[in-house]
Design a protein. Structure first.
Lengths: 312, 532
């Protein structure tokens, strides 16, 4: 079986202007989202308390809010969680248990009064103080930035600066697209999302590596061609492996997304989006950056420029 | 060639057997006796999010400990000044500052005392002299504050460890985190609220005299008279009517604190009284207690724990023998918890809960089930796809995938790694990435075949040319795993660990193991056609 017939040549680099235009608009949109609506922060980052409740019979959100009394007022968010018909809910409170004393006791008391004892279970309760939250937020952001820069440096050392720069721009694109998708889909940002973003950074740079590797090889083989042609040939030659390696990861992520449960779902979602974006950005973002650098900033003949600095 | 294939096959055979041996303790329980005597017994541990339990991060309020210390220094200093005859000196505390005022004539002697007995105090600002009086502003030196902070955190950690040990939690983790925090993990705990109570109590026990001459209502309204304070306790708890707040006016200065407690025991409920906790004081404590009671017969002595009055009995006579009891109409559980904290001693500073994550056991079981299902479904999809797409070569890659999973789990077990829910997600994800190396190799082999090479040399070239990209892609993913490990806490670290180990095992199985198979085929001369 073959996904891409050998000899097929799609002029990817020809579409780069339109692709860069579309991506810029998308990224701008994400940045606007990020600074206006902002990401929905989970307790890990915002501080506060989240409790996961499971009931043995169907109940409504209104009934739960009622049962919680004072706790249910104000900024408390109650939402459905888990599979349909599992009667699980997440209760999100702004306060932490340190401030409220025995928070889960209070929740239990209120629920017992409304629904009777033994009809519900507090399955999970997480409480994070505001100071810890802001610390984690900073550390999380920095680790994603550090990882992105490190990938760029690695590509720079292994290939050359142009590809390193291209990779960094592509990774920034992937991270932004993933963040944007999470905001639009209304998923909360927590520690697992940072794990997902870091994995996206580590994985989506793989496609860039594969193409760089092929470009390097082709530069040696076909010296007379322009860099644009070489890049385009390389993208086409590696297209099927790019699609398949990402495809197998997408298969397991779909399984995680559908079957992995409520805690893992946002994580799987972020990876799905990030991996798709990774394939796209390698072809349509990283390569144009390399070409732009080549044509606008250096203005040298590419063939004489590169082979000398290629390391093997 | 024959030699090399054989050697490599034997090495992998041994590795597989070793992996299986390392996995036995995780999946077989109980282990037979002969096994435990000479084979590994370490198993993959489940994280708190999978087996249920509490994860707490406590912040030690170090500033409070430093303030307490400065208050103590203030008392010491004014005593020493009096003893050494530095007359007319007064010492006040203003936050973390000590303000000493002396007649200017006495400054030399003050300096002498400070130099000889209080070398750890430094001047916070330069002294001022006005109208025959000199004002000194002193504070603790930086080194002193640092060592106080370390002491407060270490001491809190020890005390908390004691309390948890006595409370009875199996395999707790209690460690210092950062400068002022303490990380506590209590696996499989049934009653997290109760554990939190025991851990978080400062448990500062004080004996204070009640001032019966003061008017309680007036003290509440207009503030207590100097040297006195208003404390509250619960009255009438035992009569079934409920709790009622009762106010006491007590002397601020405690006559004695809980530092002299040698042991604390629960005394079960008697006819009219709830359970109580009996304190047994050490020698010095017993003598002090005797003196105190002798000097204050017929007065009321309030027993105060963390600024709450438990009882305030009238001292009938001098009490020798070093025994005192705290009554408060406790139930047996409360009395037991109280005895634990009193035995383990007070925390040197109050603690606050900065972070708490508690997972019930049922959720953990559900998470494991969901994780296993998504793993089985996800990896089956990959396996089926690889066979459909690459036929024979796909089947070889699938076999490598199976061995990769075997090795990954075996290494996790050997390292006693903690498997968390994100860790399971990591295993699932890695299953999808594990075949990547084989995809790179197979695509390359196909290319070489199309270019007209014979199968044998196509395979040779395919492996050779795919290698740089395989190394680079895995190094980048590994690097991001390392950064994640640096950043992460608990569950996230579990993900980072499975990611990093998984990358290592995929390279080994996908590249070297499949190579053995192809080399074997080449060796036996059957490599005329390959299925790819």
């Amino acid at each position: 079986m073959e996904l891409i017939k050998p000899g097929v040549t799609i002029p990817f680099t020809r579409y780069r202007y339109i692709a860069v235009a579309i991506s810029s608009v998308v990224n701008l949109f994400v940045l606007i989202l990020l600074f206006t609506r902002g990401p929905l922060l989970g307790v890990d980052f915002a501080g506060g308390t989240v409790a996961q409740l499971k009931f043995s019979k169907p109940v409504t959100i209104g009934e739960i809010r009622n049962a919680l009394g004072e706790l249910g007022a104000g900024d408390t968010v109650i939402q459905d969680f888990g599979q349909q018909g599992s009667n699980e809910f997440l209760v999100r409170l702004q306060k932490t248990s340190a401030q409220l004393g025995e928070l889960s006791e209070q929740i239990k008391e209120g629920l017992t009064k409304q629904f009777g004892s033994g009809t519900f279970e507090v399955r999970r309760i997480e409480s994070v103080g505001p100071k810890v939250g802001s610390e984690l937020r900073q550390k999380g952001a920095w680790s994603v930035i550090a990882a992105t820069i490190m990938m760029g440096i690695y590509i720079w050392l292994r290939f050359d600066l142009r590809f390193g720069l291209g990779a960094v721009v592509a990774l920034i694109h992937d991270v932004l697209v993933t963040i944007g998708a999470l905001i639009v889909a209304n998923y909360e940002f927590d520690l697992t999302i940072i794990a997902a973003l870091l994995t996206v950074v580590g994985f989506s740079v793989n496609d860039t590596v594969i193409i760089c590797d092929r470009v390097r090889e082709n530069m040696r083989k076909i010296k007379r061609e322009s860099l644009e042609t070489i890049i385009n040939t390389s993208i086409n030659e590696t297209l099927s492996r790019t699609i398949i390696t990402t495809g197998t990861a997408i298969l397991v992520l779909l399984a995680l997304f559908v079957l992995g449960g409520g805690v893992i779902r946002p994580f799987a979602f972020a990876l799905l989006v990030g991996f798709f974006s990774g394939v796209y950005s390698t072809i349509f973002i990283a390569s144009p950056v390399v070409l732009f650098w080549e044509k606008r900033l250096i203005r040298k003949s590419p063939s004489t420029l590169k082979v000398s600095s290629v390391k093997k | 060639m024959r030699q090399s294939v054989l050697t490599r096959a034997i090495i992998f055979g041994i590795a597989i057997v070793a992996a299986i041996i390392y996995l036995v303790p995780t999946f077989v329980s109980p282990l037979p006796a002969w096994w435990t005597s000479f084979l590994p017994t370490d198993r993959i541990n489940l994280g708190l999010d999978l087996q249920g339990g509490s994860h707490l991060v406590l912040g030690v309020k170090v500033d409070k400990a430093i303030e307490n210390n400065i208050e103590r220094v203030r008392t010491d200093l004014s005593n020493v000044l009096r003893e050494k005859g530095v007359s007319g000196a007064s010492v006040d505390r203003e936050g973390t500052l000590l303000h000493i005022a002396v007649p200017s004539a006495n400054t030399e002697r003050l300096r002498g005392v400070l130099k000889s007995d209080f070398a750890y105090l430094v001047e916070a600002k330069s002294p001022q002299t006005t109208g025959g009086k000199s004002d000194y502003f002193l504070t603790l030196s930086k080194e002193e504050i640092r060592s106080l902070r370390d002491y407060a955190v270490d001491q809190s950690l020890e005390t908390i460890r004691n309390r948890i040990d006595q409370f009875g939690v199996s395999e707790p983790i209690i460690q210092r985190e950062g400068q002022e925090n303490i990380l506590i993990q209590l696996p499989g705990i049934q009653d997290p609220e109760r554990a939190k109570d025991i851990i978080g109590k400062t448990a500062l026990l004080e004996f204070k005299l009640v001032d019966d001459t003061a008017n309680v209502e007036e003290a509440i309204k207009t503030g207590p008279p100097p040297g006195r304070q208003v404390l509250y306790g619960h009255a009438g708890r035992g009569d079934g009517i409920g709790t009622e707040k009762q106010a006491y006016v007590v002397e601020s200065r405690p006559l004695m604190t809980g530092e002299y407690i040698q042991d604390a025991r629960v005394r079960p409920a008697q006819q009219l009284q709830g359970a109580s906790v009996e304190l047994i004081l050490n020698g010095a404590g017993a003598r002090l207690f005797e003196q105190i009671t002798a000097a204050n017969v017929k007065r009321r002595l309030a027993i105060v724990l963390d600024n709450r009055v438990y009882s305030a009995p009238v001292i009938q006579e001098r009490i020798g023998g070093g025994r005192a009891s705290i009554t408060g109409n406790f139930d047996l559980k409360e009395a037991r918890d109280l005895s634990i904290v009193l035995r383990a001693g007070a925390l040197p500073a109050p603690v606050e809960i900065l972070e708490e994550r508690t997972v019930g056991p049922s959720l953990g079981n559900d998470s494991i089930r969901e994780g296993v299902i998504s793993f089985v479904v996800g990896s089956s999809l990959v396996i089926i796809f690889m066979i459909l797409y690459y036929r024979g070569a796909g089947a070889i890659a699938d076999l490598a995938l199976v061995f990769h999973i075997l090795f990954l789990l075996a290494i996790l077990a050997a390292l006693k790694a903690v498997l968390t829910l994100p860790g399971i997600a990591g295993i699932v994800l890695i299953a999808g990435m594990a075949v990547d190396a084989n995809v790179l190799i197979n695509e390359r082999i196909r290319e070489e075949l199309r270019a007209g090479r014979a199968p044998r040399s196509a395979i040779e070239a395919g492996f050779q040319h795919a290698m740089p990209a395989i190394i680079d892609t895995n190094v980048t993913t590994f690097l991001s795993g390392v950064i994640l490990f640096q950043f992460g806490t608990g569950p996230i670290k579990g993900f980072a660990v499975t990611l990093c180990i998984g990358i290592l095992t995929t390279v080994v199985t996908a590249v070297y193991m499949t190579r053995i198979y192809y080399d074997y085929r080449a060796m036996t001369g059957k490599l005329k056609r390959i299925s790819i």
